[in-house]
Design a protein around this ligand. Structure first.
Ligand SMILES: [Zn+2]
Length: 180
């Protein structure tokens, strides 16, 4: 594997675990006002176990300092999931906006639960590289945006777990990293 991608996937997985463990203690259950909107799209144990924390700005991982550049700038992002702990940038949102953002992040939580942290990070990093470093073409993001879109359009109730499994099967061949 390309040495840069190796650094990203190994350090990325360690970052996810350390952030999850650091945030979990002070993170809260899903907001009571939002939870009913997400019911049945997600399995009960997923909604029960997830925790949500807020921060003024999502910080980039410290290992970026050793890279000398910023592969994906998390400071621009509104939310991120570390396994089953979601971290949101604390900005004013309407309830539908918050529900939509949490829906997107919960798709990642389901992806983590199916793949495990290491395989999630492999798929994320290799998918990012294969997509020409385009965040919006990372397969795990495309899956999340597609399901979030269906939720936002008010399509008939569907199972996110089924939607993730279907997508992962259709994209079972995680594209090999391209040397550049
Ligand atoms: Zn996402």
């Amino acid at each position: 594997m390309n040495p840069l991608l190796e650094v990203l996937r190994v350090n990325g997985a360690a970052w996810v675990r350390s952030q999850r463990d650091a945030l979990r203690g002070r993170a809260l259950p899903l907001p009571r006002s939002i939870r009913p909107k997400l019911d049945r799209y997600f399995a009960e144990p997923v909604l029960e176990a997830v925790r949500v924390s807020e921060t003024p700005e999502i910080a980039n991982p410290t290992f970026y300092a050793q890279l000398g550049w910023i592969p994906l700038d998390f400071r621009d992002m509104e939310g991120i999931s570390f396994d089953n702990v979601i971290l949101l940038k604390s900005v004013p949102r309407t309830e539908p906006q918050l529900a939509s953002l949490l829906f997107h992040e919960l798709v990642h939580v389901v992806q983590y639960s199916i793949l495990g942290i290491d395989a999630f990070m492999d798929a994320y990093v290799l998918g990012w590289a294969a997509a020409g470093c385009d965040y919006f073409r990372i397969p795990l993001e495309m899956n999340a945006y597609e399901l979030q879109g269906r939720f936002g359009r008010g399509e008939a109730l569907f199972s996110v777990e089924a939607g993730v499994k279907e997508y992962l099967q259709a994209h079972a061949q995680i594209p090999a990293s391209q040397e550049r």
